[in-house]
Design a protein around this ligand. Structure first.
Ligand code: NAD
Length: 727
């Protein structure tokens, strides 16, 4: 199965992904990494870093035919939902809607929505069954409830197979301290950092904690089952916060526990009844709180040990954080100032026509922009004043010296111009870099979509080549028409049409010389499929039109209970047969289907024409000279083929023996004149003469016998035993 897990890099999502991966399913992840981490998944999978509400998600669904969507991506913090309810609604409602819409549009077979115990609110009856009244106490719970309604409605309105699981408080390795049941990860985080534990309330509040592997197992089983609707997914066990602390104390020391007042939206007790799910998917949680807590604690401890080497890198990290700080440009500025001020003292004695402070301001402006250039001007002015003061000048005289004031003005101008030029360049560069990043992101996204589309294209092509739907099928069809015997072509034609057009009810009628009657020549086997043995063209508008228009036609009026589609088989300019398709699937009646039918009818036309031409060309080898009597070997083969058609297509035939009479020649001529195009005269090795009546019921045979009798021609029906001598 192709399983898309939204929020697959998250705490629960990564466990669910692993569960499906272990069973050999293909894992696809859609996550914006707002709280998830790529490192949560270490096995092979395909991922897109994208918001679930983003329109671009459609490209992903278009390129990847997912079988199942497990929707876990969400804003998961109850507290945040109070701070920013609009953001919560955007993630938890609009994002969900986008996923529902795309899942139904792209024919996903199952959609699972992760809801929460938060939809029940504070409930007196514990454990809470699914039918209990719903009263969410936070925007988070309210939006989860709205999500349930949307999910159910998508099932009702668009037929998407949906399932809602209301999780109680999930905990386990890899959980962030922010989520719904963050209390366990919060406690363990604090313990690892030797910090005290904080309890909101008196610690007697209870929760239904369920271990993450139990959740992943239940999701796995529910997806494979055919359950629909809403189910609680919980441990059905109440554990108080104080009990949690006591459990932790069994494997580690706790520094201190402080109790604060309750948080807004917190409920007192919570415990969900999971009996309905147990009954449906034969699942119960495996982990007790002690076992689950021990695993989680071990995971935290291992991670702490692994993260210790970071300490060695502290100096370089200090430098990095300093570099990122806003004071770093100022420090750079001061450093360059110090360099140039000492340089200016040295240069003042040697080079007098270059003002080092001007160079300093110019460099700072070009490197660090307008604001640092302005600081550089202040520093350079200060430097010039102190230089003048140290040379014994009065402060007042400095500000009345036009030459010096002019120098200050020049410094300011250089600083502003260089800083302004630099800032402009930087703004432009940043805009270009932003554009570049955006383009890079778009390119990567499109490249991944292109890659997926190509993979799917290759897979489908591979499937087409491997299934009998293509080359194999066409080869089979052409082989079944590859005969010079018209009878064989007819039986092959029926099979070819069945195969290529995907129907099991096909009839092929011969059109007689006068184009007035159709006589059944071949049809699909099976006694349940009965069609008229002969049809009068005049009384059948569809066939009349086919014979005159010589093209595939559809029985749009659904009249004549008979065929829905029929095609002419043409030889030269004449319609020599008509193929009927009965009861093709309604949704397959497309232009492509009609074209396919035209193509196969042309193939049959050419195969039948070739057969007739061959039969005409070999007339002298097939018939006894000067007569319409088939030679014994040809006649024997013909009977064998009719027998074969009788077995395969349930088309009966009969053999009538013509006893020897002195005026045999006249008798044969009389009989010949009354035979249909599909009937034959033939002889056996001993010289006995027979009439072969194709596709005739017992009653029709009796009519023929009676008719001949009236003309003084006695014929005898050959029984099955007699016929079998030929076969
Ligand atoms: P989590 O924060 O670990 O996982 C959520 C994942 O979704 C993260 O990887 C995050 O990056 C991703 N995500 C969030 N918003 C997204 C967006 N707009 N587009 C794409 N990805 C986005 O949380 P979790 O505990 O694993 O919860 C998973 C689901 O289970 C959530 O729907 C949550 O409401 C539900 N739930 C969890 C608990 C629990 O106790 N953990 C209880 C009840 C219900």
């Amino acid at each position: 199965m192709r399983v898309l897990i939204t929020g697959g890099y998250g705490f629960i999502g990564s466990s669910v992904a692993e569960r499906f991966y272990k069973e050999g399913h293909k894992i696809y992840i859609l996550d914006d990494l707002s709280t998830g981490r790529k490192e949560n998944i270490s096995f092979s999978h395909k991922a897109w870093i994208l918001d679930i509400a983003d329109r671009k998600c459609e490209e992903i669904f278009k390129a990847n035919p997912f079988d199942v969507v497990i929707h876990l991506a969400a804003q998961v913090e109850v507290g945040k939902s109070f701070e920013d309810p609009v953001h919560d609604a955007k993630q938890n409602i609009i994002g969900l809607m986008n996923m529902l819409e795309l899942s139904s549009k792209y024919n996903v077979s199952k959609f699972l929505f992760a809801s929460s115990a938060a939809v029940y609110g504070d409930h007196p009856q514990l454990p809470i069954p699914e039918e209990a009244p719903l009263s969410p106490q936070s925007p988070y719970g309210l939006n989860k409830l709205a999500g349930e309604y949307y999910t159910e409605k998508w099932n009702e309105l668009f037929g998407l197979d949906t399932l809602v699981l209301r999780f109680s408080n999930v905990y386990g390795p890899g959980q962030s301290a922010k989520g719904e049941s963050g209390v366990i990860s919060c406690f363990l985080n604090n313990i690892m950092k030797d910090k005290p534990l904080t309890v909101y309330g008196d610690g007697t509040q209870t929760r239904d904690f369920i271990y993450v592997s139990d959740v992943a197992e239940a999701i796995y089983r529910s997806v494979l089952s055919n359950i629909q609707g809403i189910f609680n997914l919980s441990s059905k066990t109440k554990t108080s916060v104080n009990e949690l602390i006591a459990t932790i104390q069994t494997f580690t020391d706790i520094k201190e526990v402080s109790y604060l007042s309750e948080k807004q939206g917190d409920i007192k007790d919570s415990c969900l009844d999971h009996s309905k799910l147990t009954e449906e998917i034969d699942w119960v949680p495996k982990y007790t709180i002690e076992a689950g807590m021990k695993n989680t604690f071990d995971w935290y401890r291992e991670r702490k040990e692994e993260s210790d080497p970071w300490k060695e890198q502290v100096p370089s990290r200090l430098f990095l954080s300093l570099k990122r700080s806003q004071y770093f440009p100022f420090l750079e500025n001061l450093f360059v100032f110090a360099l140039f001020s000492s340089l200016s003292q040295f240069l003042s004695q040697t080079v007098t026509h270059i003002n080092p402070m001007l160079v300093y301001i110019f460099i700072i402006g070009m490197l660090l922009g307008k604001s640092q250039a302005f600081i550089a001007v202040l520093l350079a002015t200060f430097h010039l004043i102190t230089m003048n003061l140290s040379n014994g000048r009065e402060l007042v005289s400095i500000f009345t010296d036009y030459g010096l004031l002019f120098q200050f003005a020049i410094l300011l101008l250089v600083g502003l111009v260089s800083g302004y030029v630099m800032d402009r360049r930087r703004v432009r560069e940043e805009a270009l870099l932003d554009d570049l990043d955006e383009l890079k992101e778009k390119y990567q996204f499109l490249e991944s979509i292109h890659h997926d589309t190509k993979q799917n294209h290759d897979r489908l092509q591979q499937q087409i080549f491997q299934t009998e739907d293509s080359v194999g099928k066409v080869f089979e069809v052409i082989s079944s028409l590859d005969s010079l015997e018209s009878v064989e072509v007819i039986s092959g034609a029926v099979k070819a049409v069945e195969k290529l057009m995907n129907v099991d009810k096909v009839a092929l009628y011969h059109v007689n010389e006068s184009q007035q009657f159709l006589r059944l020549a071949g049809k699909s086997g099976g006694k349940s499929f009965e069609v008229p043995r002969s049809i009068s063209v005049m009384s059948h508008p569809l066939h009349k039109e086919i014979i005159s228009k010589k093209k595939v036609l559809m029985n749009h009026d659904w009249e004549n209970e008979a065929s829905v589609m029929a095609a002419p088989v043409i030889s030269g300019e004449k319609v020599i047969a008509v193929i009927e398709l009965h009861e093709p699937r309604f949704d397959s009646l497309t232009l492509h289907y009609e074209n396919l039918f035209t193509v196969i009818s042309r193939l049959i036309s050419s195969a039948l024409s070739r057969g007739y031409e061959y039969e005409t060309a070999t007339y002298s080898q097939r018939y006894i000279r000067g007569s319409r009597i088939l030679k014994p070997d040809v006649f024997k083969k013909m009977i064998q083929k009719r027998e074969h058609m009788k077995e395969e297509m349930n088309i009966p035939f009969s053999l009538l023996e013509i006893p020897w009479v002195p005026e045999l020649k006249q008798v044969i001529e009389k009989i010949s004149s009354q035979l249909r195009d599909t009937d034959f005269l033939g002889s056996d090795e001993e010289g006995k003469l027979f009439i072969l009546l194709s596709n005739s019921t017992e009653m029709e045979v009796d009519v023929v016998v009676e008719r001949l009798k009236r003309q003084d021609i006695e014929v005898e029906k050959v029984n099955d035993k007699g016929i079998h001598q030929y076969v």
